[in-house]
Design a protein around this ligand. Structure first.
Ligand code: ZN
Length: 257
């Protein structure tokens, strides 16, 4: 089990060569691992697993966690039965964000959703190649929903493998396909997450949103932003005669005091 933070003389610290610490969760000894191949991290000296939900940290995890203040990262919780769990990020307002790369069973998903409340998921959509291709296929062959405010799709909750694997959950879930391209002219080439809202009757609403607005939402409470639907084309504006148009331009350029 690897972590970004351990306690060194009681203070949370990142791994540095040659130092020892203790696990903030279970209190057992940890060693700083600072090789060249993997991210610098802490590992338990014994093979103890203090949080059975914890997964090996990837670059993807680390990049996500680092968007948030260090004091929000890797927050330990102890359940009533003494079991320790480490939340990837817990915001100042108490929302736990779990960054999920590995596969998890529906049972584990459900127990984590019950343990952390409120919480949301960010799921690495790039773990399996076929997830991206089938998701992209579904999005590009189905028409967007007419009923939603921003651009979104109303799909069957078994529409694609990754949508089906996460069905039955009760928390907001964002799929992260990195900067994978989608052949939609209005969608930017980067900085998009896909919000899945599972509905009763085996349906799901799939909404692309600006990734930065999700981060800003968690950091400052800013609204999460989707993509506006096209507005009906307005009638063409009457063009101003040449000299009047020139006058308007110079007037707008004049400095204001
Ligand atoms: Zn531990």
């Amino acid at each position: 089990m690897t972590m970004k933070f351990a306690l060194v003389e009681g203070i949370r610290q990142e791994a540095m060569p040659g130092i020892r610490g203790t696990c903030p969760g279970c209190g057992s000894a940890t060693l700083a691992k600072c090789g060249l191949k993997r991210l610098h991290h802490w590992a338990h000296v014994s093979t103890a697993v203090c949080d059975r939900w914890w997964e090996p940290e990837t670059e993807w995890h680390r990049a996500w966690k680092n968007l948030f203040p260090t004091e929000w990262q890797e927050i330990h919780h102890r359940a009533v039965d003494g079991e320790v769990h480490i939340a990837d990020v817990k915001t100042a307002s108490g929302i736990v964000i779990e960054f999920q790369h590995s596969a998890i069973t529906p049972q584990e998903r459900t127990s984590r959703e019950a343990f952390y409340d409120p919480m949301m998921w960010v799921v690495d959509g790039m773990r399996l190649k076929r997830d991206l291709s089938s998701f992209r296929q579904e999005i590009t062959t189905c028409s967007p929903s007419a009923e939603t405010k921003t651009r979104a799709w109303l799909l069957w909750d078994r529409a694609t493998a990754i949508i089906e694997r996460w069905r039955g959950g009760s928390r907001p879930l964002f799929l992260d396909f990195g900067d994978a391209e989608f052949p939609l002219p209005w969608l930017p080439a980067a900085g998009v997450l896909w919000l899945l809202n599972y509905l009763p009757r085996e349906r799901v609403i799939v909404t692309p949103v600006h990734r930065q607005s999700v981060v800003d939402h968690l950091l400052f409470g800013a609204p999460i932003q989707g993509f506006a639907k096209p507005t009906p084309v307005p009638p063409p504006r009457s063009t101003l005669p040449g000299f009047q148009a020139h006058f308007m331009r110079t007037r707008s350029r004049r400095p204001r005091f």
